[in-house]
Design a protein around this ligand. Sequence first.
Ligand SMILES: *Cc1c(COP(=O)(O)O)cnc(C)c1O
Length: 394
Amino acid sequence: MTNKKIEQATKAVWSGEKEYLAHGATQVPVVHSVAFGYDDIDEWYEVAIGKRKGHIYGRNTNPTVQAFEDKVRELEGAEASTSFSTGMAAISNALLTVLKPGDRIVSIKDTYGGTNKIFSEFLPKLNIDVSLIETGNHEAMEREIKKGCKLVYLETPTNPTVKITDIARIAKVAKEVNALVFVDNTFATPINQNPLNQGADLVIHSATKFLGGHADALGGVVCGEKHLVNAMYHYREINGATLDPMAAYLLLRGMKTLKLRIDKQQENAMKVAQFLEKHEKVDRVFYPGLPTHHHHDVAKRQMRGFGGMLSFALKGELDAVRQFLPKLEYAHRAANLGSVETTVGPARTTSHVENTPEERKALGIPEGLVRYSAGIEDSNDLLADLAQALDAIK
Ligand SMILES: *Cc1c(COP(=O)(O)O)cnc(C)c1O
């Protein structure tokens, strides 16, 4: 693409595709070939050592996969990007590429359950020290970072209580101690924020969620400066956590409607949050778009929209959740989010199923918390559905 400044909606449709089209096709092909052949062995060699553009073997690169990577890279305004089989593969590869025994990382308590498991179970085994700070306590985080660390790992908004961290504020302190800053941007998507513009070194996505948007393909992606992303690509091409071409195609196609979907999902999420906040059977609603949200001001400044995710605690706790959830007609009860269909689930069976009840308690996640990923349905139908399901709670 040219350097002309175009809007995110246009990038979502057009970016990354042109150079992969062939035979007049208007859509990127799914290239299933595992290997790419060459008659000229000198040309083959030049491609193999990266001197010439091309592909050698599917574990390393693939045209369909690259089209997907290019589209995300342009949406994030990054120099480079590389992809992975899942979001967790992106996160673990990113961490293990830059960390070594003896390093220290500072993060927040509310990261995605799988990420939290890496911090609590796998990194300590490699003698990597992890300090997890109360999410949203910027002063405590700044104090920890100033003690010195290799990496600051953020996720904002968080899963499932949608807490917000001020990326620019934390990145500024991280720079003072020469620490890298990684941001999991899965919930916000590049439609709502570009962490690289706020001082982050790397932005990470579970493409499985909003980027793909149709709950039919797993994938992960990282974007940042070339030297950093290339190191991650190199580690991944060897350990083999490669994105499948068919999944890449589904994600690529899903991304064309990213802007439309996010606009509608956050419009629905706001209406649902406002409705639930006034409902007598609801104890608390967590949504960054509500003025009652702890970091509404930071979210307003940092994000272009408040996103499609919210969560709420019912007054009757787990017992009420048991009665309420099965009554919803227009919501999948499933461990997923970001899809065109509204998807709901208790945090204890979705984002934080990997954690023990004690760990969840320590993370401030009520056992009766319901995570709500707003779909693109008509908002009046969603509100009516919620109303009848809440009425069914005895
Ligand atoms: C789902 C999710 C992940 C993990 O992604 P997978 O594609 O399921 O491996 C990481 N971070 C966040 C915020 C997520 O929601």
